[in-house]
Design a protein around this ligand. Structure first.
Ligand SMILES: [Cu+2]
Length: 117
């Protein structure tokens, strides 16, 4: 028999059954969601599932200094958004609930909604 050690994922899949392996692959995937910043956040509500790995890409099209930073108050995250650039915010593992994000002055707002599995 050939070396199975070259394919640890295959050995793992056989050991845990294919359903379990599919679940594992899903957990390793990162879902990237683009949010365009142009007078508002579009979309301004993003739903995710508990356990889902999520990366937000804020694409700032709006030159107003109002939107120059984005803040997630409950998560202790603040990022400067450069104009016409994507700024990535990787979300930590979150419990079900709603987590606000807003511009530095709180004038435009959005929310991440974490749904239970
Ligand atoms: Cu603002």
């Amino acid at each position: 028999m050939k070396k199975v050690t070259n394919f640890p994922w295959l050995a793992g899949a056989l050991a845990m059954g294919l359903a379990g392996a599919a679940e594992l692959a899903y957990a390793d995937e990162v879902r990237e969601i683009e949010i365009v910043v142009d007078g508002a956040y579009r979309p301004d509500r993003v739903s995710v599932r508990v356990g889902e790995r999520v990366r937000l890409r804020f694409l700032r099209r709006d030159p107003s200094p109002c939107v120059a930073d984005v803040v997630f108050p409950e998560l202790g995250i603040r990022r400067i958004l450069e104009l016409n650039r994507a700024t990535v915010v990787e979300l930590p593992a979150l419990s079900p609930g709603e987590y606000a994000f807003r511009c530095g002055m709180g004038m435009i707002r959005g929310a991440i909604v974490v749904l239970p599995r």
